[in-house]
Design a protein around this ligand. Structure first.
Ligand code: PEP
Ligand code: MN
Length: 343
């Protein structure tokens, strides 16, 4: 259930509502809007009885949320969520480009790439220190040493760091070093990891499971939010289909579908979805055109020597081209979308 407070409700009146919610063992989620506070209630196995709230001072209305996902939904928060990290932001009127290495392999490879990313005016750097690899014999990442290299990137270039946590011990470390915690496709339904990410006080970039429906994806985000972390960024990274001309099939239709239901920002990953360098720029353009809030892209100074995902990494010149192209498209699309989405 959602309790919508009156625009002039006092802090005291809001606290009273929270107190009643918590006194019956339920959880209250404060959802501030531009002109009123809403309070979401979770933890209830069935419908919540509105009668203890309906006549309280400051309460405007009690709304039943009928969808299985609640905190992620636009019913609960009609305004779109914008994730802000200093000057950097994901969502709103910005098109965020999160670019960098697939895996942090060395200081040299990472800092070279960070220089190229910063030079293009991007604000986010990606790089895996913990890599979820299909083969146990493949390079698994540098672990904490990799996180330290990423900290150097932040110090030298002011880029915000996005890096994956593959399990709970990794998340403890990633939370200390990163600006945004990434949960990968293979962990989208690792519910204990999602809950742990929900207890972190840093934004979480949640990638869609490679065979998940929109409902499963949103419920995974709901796990994170139900623990009190409302800073979630969704990422479409391709799903498994019969197609063999591409590594996964980038499901661009997910972007408007999500935007119709959820207030969370959604970005697109043209690298892990296609798996092939020559397809990355066309699908990055498509991501901007479909109205995504940004991109997640692999770049490498010498992809032929990469320890992970070399065939999909853009070389620097391609990356520069891509940034220019997608920015031109995103600028037009964002202007035209503003009204459509908020209506
Ligand atoms: C990644 O972004 O580094 C990654 C491993 O992606 P995914 O989880 O989408 O495969
Ligand atoms: Mn990769």
């Amino acid at each position: 259930m959602l309790i919508v407070m009156k625009p002039d409700a006092s802090d005291h009146e809001i606290q009273r509502v929270i107190q009643i919610i918590e006194s019956v063992g339920l959880k209250a989620h404060l959802m501030p809007g531009s002109n009123r506070m809403a309070i979401g209630i979770t933890g209830n196995p069935g419908p919540v009885d509105p009668s203890p709230f309906a006549d309280l001072p400051g309460v405007s209305e009690c709304v039943r949320v009928t969808k299985p996902y609640k905190l992620v939904s636009r019913e609960l928060r009609p305004e779109r969520t914008v994730i802000r990290l200093g000057e950097a932001q994901i969502g709103g009127d910005e098109f965020a480009i999160i670019a960098g290495v697939c895996a942090v392999e060395s200081r040299e490879q990472t800092l070279m790439t960070a220089a190229a990313v910063a030079e293009m005016g991007c604000r986010f750097f990606r790089g895996g220190a913990f890599k979820p690899r299909t083969s146990p014999y493949a390079f698994q990442g540098l672990g904490e040493e990799g996180l330290k290299i990423l900290s150097e990137v932040r110090e030298q270039y002011g880029l915000k760091i996005v890096t994956e946590a593959t399990d709970e011990p990794a998340l403890d470390l990633v939370e200390r070093y990163a600006d945004v915690i990434q949960i990968g496709t293979r962990n989208m339904q690792n519910f204990s990891l999602l809950r742990r990410a929900g207890q972190a006080r840093k934004p979480v970039l949640l990638k869609r499971g490679m065979a998940s429906t929109i409902e499963e994806f949103l419920l995974a985000a709901e796990y994170i939010m139900s623990e009190g972390n409302y800073q979630v960024i969704l990422c479409e990274r391709g799903v498994r289909t019969f197609a063999n001309h591409t590594r996964f099939t980038l499901d661009l239709s997910l972007v408007p579908a999500i935007q119709g239901i959820s207030h969370l920002p959604i970005i697109v990953d043209p690298s892990h979805s296609t798996g092939k360098r020559e397809k990355v720029i066309p699908l990055a353009r498509a991501g901007a055109a479909v109205g995504a809030d940004g991109l997640l892209v692999d770049v490498h100074p010498y992809p032929e020597r990469a320890l992970c995902d070399g065939p999909q990494a853009l070389v620097f010149d391609m990356f520069r081209d891509m940034v220019q192209q997608v920015r031109a498209i995103a600028e037009i699309v964002k202007i035209h979308m503003e009204e459509g989405i908020t209506k």
